[in-house]
Design a protein around this ligand. Structure first.
Ligand SMILES: [Mg+2]
Length: 197
């Protein structure tokens, strides 16, 4: 008896052109600090801002994170994003087309940011890519639902994300039909197209 072996992989990349795509893949892109970026916002900004609110309000992580999220929301409402890797992203789109693959965005943003998120994506000239919002919940859980209900004929799932907890949540998810899971950590602080500070 032959048992199917599911491939699970996690590697770091500095450009989208380092992603290997085999036929009929579901390519899942994170938005913030992966596909696009805003001045001054990175993992360090989140950590510093959350620590700041914990100190001044003497509150727990979740509450401080909520305050930081409001600051972030104001910032991204007033500011235009830029690409992290426009050349690599175009190459990825071409490869996806040639391999009959599908691309979706999966973001931890909340669903009520749909208009502003669409504006951000439009601003960068990206069109026709559906967006799913997890509202801070597990990307693995959401992606399993998306794969089961819409893309379950895809044997390969390719996630690109800058956050370890998202990569691990997807890497540890068992998908229908033993789909292979390839997780790429987008090293945003290394690949930033424009240096803001
Ligand atoms: Mg991100």
């Amino acid at each position: 008896m032959i048992t199917a072996v599911t491939a699970i992989m996690l590697v770091g990349i500095t450009s989208f052109n380092q992603i290997n795509i085999t036929k009929k893949s579901l390519i899942v892109l994170d938005i913030d600090e992966t596909t696009l970026q805003f001045p001054l916002i990175n993992e360090k900004w989140w950590k510093t801002t959350i620590a700041y609110y914990k100190t001044i309000y003497n509150c727990n992580h979740d509450t401080a994170n909520g305050h930081a999220y409001q600051d972030w929301l104001r910032h991204v409402t007033e500011t235009n994003p830029s690409h992290t890797d426009s050349v690599g992203l175009n190459q990825l789109f071409t490869k996806a087309y040639k391999t009959d693959s599908d691309i979706i965005f999966l973001t931890a943003r909340f669903p009520d940011t749909i208009h502003i998120t669409k504006n951000h994506i439009d601003y960068l000239g990206i069109t026709d890519i559906p967006i799913w919002f997890t509202g801070g919940e597990s990307k693995g859980k959401h992606l399993k639902t998306i794969h089961t209900n819409i893309f379950n004929h895809h044997d390969n799932i390719i996630l690109v994300d800058d956050m370890d907890h998202n990569l691990h949540s997807v890497k540890n998810t068992i998908f229908d039909n033993d789909a292979n899971v390839y997780c790429y950590k987008f090293l945003h602080d290394v690949v930033r197209e424009k240096v803001f500070y």
